[in-house]
Write a protein that binds this ligand. Structure first.
Ligand SMILES: [Zn+2]
Length: 110
């Protein structure tokens, strides 16, 4: 039981209220939220921090205000987890989401 020091917190992006703690480090989990009741994405707090930073000072080319919430988190995940340049996201299409969801390094059933 020596792994608790690596426990990571994940936050529901539906309500931004519920959190869960897991001992593995992934970009997000998908689980039913005990607070809002939705089957929702719980993102790593590292991603939440990146999201907040982007929201505070969004690069103009992203058209941040026009993105839906899930897409914003997807961008934040990719920037924070994979060392992508923010410039990579200009042409990101809707199909990208599924492709990335299949990546072994992201996502886990909780
Ligand atoms: Zn929730």
């Amino acid at each position: 039981m020596g792994r608790v020091s690596h426990a990571l917190e994940y936050r529901c992006i539906g309500c931004m209220d519920a959190t869960v703690t897991r001992e593995f480090d992934v970009s997000h989990l998908s689980r039913t939220c005990p607070v809002c009741g939705e089957f929702e994405r719980f993102v790593n707090t590292v991603v939440v921090e990146r999201f907040d930073a982007l929201a505070a000072d969004p690069p103009a080319h992203l058209h941040w205000d026009q993105l839906d919430r899930t897409r914003k988190f997807l961008i934040a995940e990719r920037v924070s987890r994979k060392d992508h340049s923010i410039e990579d996201f200009e042409t990101m299409g809707p199909d990208d989401e599924d492709e990335r969801g299949a990546d072994a390094s992201t996502g886990a059933e909780a």
